[in-house]
Write a protein that binds this ligand. Structure first.
Ligand code: GDP
Length: 392
């Protein structure tokens, strides 16, 4: 698939940057165009891969922001983006539309610029271009507090409404105990980039052999066309590890020559896909609630067993109780690892989103109560007990 990627806000920008970095490192060809949009000038300096001419500052002339961000206020983030939409769209004139299959709008949903501006921009893209617009939305972790939950619970709704489908990533599920927040983010951003590239880059001619069963952009589009929230599963293993593992399982076939090798390759592929589906998803969900799925297995051509792929597809069909499961491969000569990526589209049982909504409702009630009491509380503080003093 050929993508135009736009990162919104601080998290969105950093993740878009990592996607380009990972794509470059792995010699893939995914992003035909990359841009970032932010209301905080300082955040734009952190980027190393998105070209400077595609880094757009919104709200520069707005009194409330002046280039210093949206203060975790998604309504302001949305407004600043609306005000400067023409400028953002001007940069998009550089998108090579004939060479783009879809747009991907990336944002952290717990803040202001990405959570508010991302959906505004996604909607504008949908109105202006015929290609699908996908979202990649990062949910805040529980310990970021009520305000972040409230922002995210509102934003995920807008993202789902304004995109063809939104892939969710849950910071809560990926938080590692000992890391600082920033180094934790760096690590999660690499994990996100790896999954996006492994899932969406296959099927593009980049010099590698084209297989009979290669994944195509139309497969991704078909899978995501059901809309809603999607989540991604991923597992990788060195060929050595996987060979050891399947030998353990299939010891009896060890010396069965070619037939044994074929069976071994099929078992490796199937085993890895099962492992992926049971691993930590980008956003934990009950996989049986997904409506469609897509499996991509990448690795050296000799390891990409068609039998293994068929078995994986059937297994996943039975898991999610749907006949809408596609499976394809992605030959990478010289690769030393097998990788399985599974896209689960329109997952409807996502406990983290339910929890966010609960936290958000509490936070909204708390904010409303504080606002209602604010004037009285200030007045009581600055007024003497018997109101004998005159203000100046
Ligand atoms: P914005 O610039 O106003 O859109 O806000 P930020 O992007 O700074 O933060 C929004 C949310 O994104 C936060 O609440 C965090 O949950 C998350 N976040 C911020 N930076 C990162 C990052 O580098 N990686 C990840 N995975 N999440 C981040």
């Amino acid at each position: 698939m050929k993508l135009a990627v736009v990162g919104f806000g601080n998290a969105g920008g950093k993740i878009a940057d990592r996607i380009v970095e990972y794509e470059t490192q792995t010699e893939r060809s995914l992003c035909q165009f990359t841009a970032v949009v932010n209301s905080a000038r300082i955040d734009l300096h952190k980027l190393g891969y998105v070209p400077q001419r595609h880094q757009i500052l919104v709200g520069q002339t707005d009194e409330r922001s002046k280039g210093h961000g949206a203060g975790a206020d998604p309504d302001l983030g949305a407004e600043l983006t609306r005000q400067d939409l023409a400028e953002v769209q001007r940069v998009l004139d550089n998108v090579p539309l004939h060479d783009v299959d879809a747009f991907l709008v990336v944002a952290g949903l717990g803040g202001g610029t990405g959570s508010g501006g991302g959906p505004v921009f996604a909607e504008a893209l949908g109105e202006r271009y015929g290609e699908p617009v996908y979202g990649l939305g990062v949910l805040p972790s529980g310990d970021e507090g009520g305000r972040a939950s409230l922002n995210a619970a509102r934003s995920i709704r807008s993202f789902v409404d304004s995109t063809d489908a939104t892939i969710a990533f849950d910071n809560d599920a990926w938080r590692e105990g000992t890391q600082s927040i920033e180094s934790g983010y760096e690590q999660t951003n690499v994990e996100i980039a790896k999954r996006v590239v492994s899932l969406l880059a296959p099927g593009e001619y980049d010099g590698s052999p084209v297989s009979e069963n290669a994944m195509d952009s139309s497969d991704v589009k078909r899978t995501l066309s059901v809309g809603g929230v999607a989540t991604v599963a991923y597992a990788e293993a060195s060929l050595e590890e996987e060979t050891q593992r399947q030998r353990g399982l299939l010891g009896r076939l060890r010396n069965d020559g070619e037939a044994g090798e074929r069976e071994g390759a099929a078992t490796k592929v199937h085993g890895l896909v099962r492992r992926a589906a049971r691993s930590r998803l980008t956003c934990p969900a009950d996989i049986t609630s997904a409506e469609r799925a897509l499996v991509v297995v990448s690795g050296p051509p000799a390891e990409l067993s068609q039998k293994g792929l068929v078995r994986s597809r059937k297994w996943l069909e039975s898991q999610i109780d749907s006949v809408e499961v596609l499976a394809g491969d992605d030959p990478r000569p010289g690769a030393d690892r097998l990788r399985a990526t599974v896209l689960l589209a329109n997952a409807t049982d996502v406990p983290r989103i339910d929890a966010l909504q609960e936290q958000a409702v509490d936070a909204q009630e708390n904010i409303d109560a504080q606002a209602a009491e604010r004037d009285t509380a200030i007045s009581e503080l600055v007024t003497d007990p018997d109101d004998e003093l005159e203000p100046i």
